[in-house]
Ligand binder design. Structure first.
Ligand code: UD1
Ligand code: CA
Length: 470
């Protein structure tokens, strides 16, 4: 084995393996564990992203049951997949990946798909130490507090000699607080040892952790590097673990935004997904969810109970209480809500106002336009400075096809108007309240379609006297 570690034999090439084929039994779920979202994003994506900072030449993700869900979660990532036919343990999972790495002679970084909070900086520091110390195999260890089931790091003197799994540990070993993170750097020649790992009696699985003791036994250099902390290196096995990791990450994200000049009124009830950004001097009230790739500008206010998903919010926008915004753009100075629903594909213009109980779907609302109350605007293109009266409805769907409503600049739409699309309202036109518009309205015209009002004089008095006679 010493021959293998002689200078020049260890190539610097780097490959990575993500073990993600376990059953995740402790999650009690029909969905593979590594696909469970942590603040909206599948765990395994975090792991693959952290690894990508090290630029591995190849990343192999091991999948098992419902592997298609793992593949789907990683469809936009440059990874390849290996299949572990049966979940026979972490060593067996790594063996499936090694088959995809034929001829590889460099350093193999092995991580678990259930360790999503690992930071790229920790991985970099780890790899550096591994190489500097010329280890054949290394792992990241950390100090675990409270009760847990991590593998214990057994040292002889200060050198790593073995990992003992929780289920196999004796009373003395159980007291060891330094534990295995499940992140390893393994020099390729050592991977041969995978074939020699015996089945573990207690669970009937092949434990990758056994490779450490075997490597040490054959005279290899093995290192355990205490890096990072328990929060970062936490392995997620249960819904409780997932909850704690989400709380930790959420807190970290909120702290980061506060540092950058965002006011978060109640850190404990605000959820900002990791890929969202918020500009400075923006104020986030309690119970706000900012999800996906949302970008919020400077000087905005987001009032309570709002949810913003994959949207772009310009500067100085006000989002009033209980508003939902999905895959849309809200431009500078606009105001949306309370109780508004902006559905995918909408663009709200500068200084526009979308008020109480207004639903906007796949529509463009021009700058300075107001729809302040109780409206449905779907598949509409509305120009600038248009006034949309209360209760305006675009009838955009005939049960088969969606049609467009076009309303040009400066039009004035009276309350309780229905637009039976397709229809166009010319610039500066007026629509009388209570109209059902089925035909185009020329620019600057007035359109009304309600029946003319008829007053019957003294009708109520006559009715009363009739009743009295009866
Ligand atoms: C493992 C380690 C333990 C360590 C802990 C760190 C072993 C035997 N134990 O325990 O020392 O402290 O991680 O979090 O390795 N997997 C497969 N195929 C399988 C089994 C598992 O791909 O047949 C994958 C899982 O999807 C998971 C990872 O390997 O992402 C780790 O498996 P898990 O069952 O979570 O191991 P732990 O019990 O947490
Ligand atoms: Ca685990």
């Amino acid at each position: 084995m010493t021959r293998l570690i002689q200078r020049g034999c260890i190539k610097v090439d780097l490959a990575a393996v993500v073990l993600s084929a376990g059953l995740g039994t402790r999650m009690k779920s029909a969905v593979p564990k590594v696909v469970h979202p942590l603040l909206g994003k599948p765990m395994v994506q975090y792991v693959v992203e952290a690894l990508s900072a090290l630029k591995p030449g190849k990343t192999v993700v091991v999948t098992g049951m419902q592997g298609d869900m793992v593949r789907d979660a990683l469809r936009n990532y440059p990874v390849s997949f290996a299949v572990q036919k049966e979940p026979k343990g972490t060593a067996d999972a790594l063996k499936s990946a090694v088959q995809k790495l034929r001829g590889f002679t460099g350093t193999l970084l092995v991580v678990s798909g259930d360790t999503p909070l690992i930071k790229p900086a920790t991985l970099k520091a780890f790899l550096k130490l591994h190489r500097k110390n010329r280890e054949n195999i290394s792992l990241i260890s950390f100090i675990a507090g409270g009760s847990h089931s991590y593998g214990r790091i057994v040292r002889k003197g200060d050198k790593l000699s073995a990992i003992v799994e929780d289920s196999d540990a004796d009373e003395e070993q159980k007291k060891i607080r330094e534990v295995n993170s499940g992140i390893y750097a393994i020099e390729a020649p050592l991977l041969k040892l995978l074939n020699k790992i015996p089945v573990n009696g207690s669970k009937g699985e092949y434990y990758l952790t056994d490779i450490v003791g075997m490597a040490v036994g054959t005279g290899c250099r093995a290192g355990a590097f205490l890096l990072g902390n328990e929060n970062e290196l936490t392995g997620i096995n249960t819904r409780g673990d997932l909850y704690r990791a989400a709380q930790y990450l959420r807190d970290e994200i909120a702290a980061g935004f506060m540092e950058q000049g965002v006011t978060i009124m109640d850190k404990a009830s605000v959820f900002v997904h990791p890929e969202s950004v918020i500009g400075n001097d923006t104020v986030i009230y309690p119970n706000v969810h900012i999800e996906g790739r949302t970008a919020i500008g400077n000087g905005c206010i987001v009032y309570p109970n709002s949810r913003i998903i994959d949207s772009t919010i310009g500067n100085n926008v006000i989002i009033k209480d209980s508003t939902v915004i999905e895959s849309s753009v809200i431009n500078e100075g606009a105001s949306v809500g309370p109780f508004a629903h902006i559905r995918p594909g909408s663009v709200i213009g500068k200084h526009a106002r979308i008020g109480n109980f207004v639903e906007v779907k796949k529509s463009v609302i021009g700058s300075g336009t107001k729809a302040s109350h109780l409206s449905y605007l779907g598949d509409a293109e509305i120009g600038e400075r248009v006034n949309i009266g209360a209760g305006t409805i675009t009838c955009n769907y005939d049960g088969r096809i969606k049609y467009k409503t076009l309303i040009e600049d400066n039009a004035f739409i009276g309350s309780d108007t229905q637009f039976v699309a397709p229809v166009r309202i010319g610039k500066g036109a007026y629509v009388g309240a209570g109209s059902t518009i089925t035909k185009d309205v020329p620019p600057f015209a007035l359109a009304t379609s309600r029946t003319e009002q008829k007053n019957i004089e003294k009708w109520a008095l006559k009715r009363q006297s009739k009743r009295r006679k009866r």
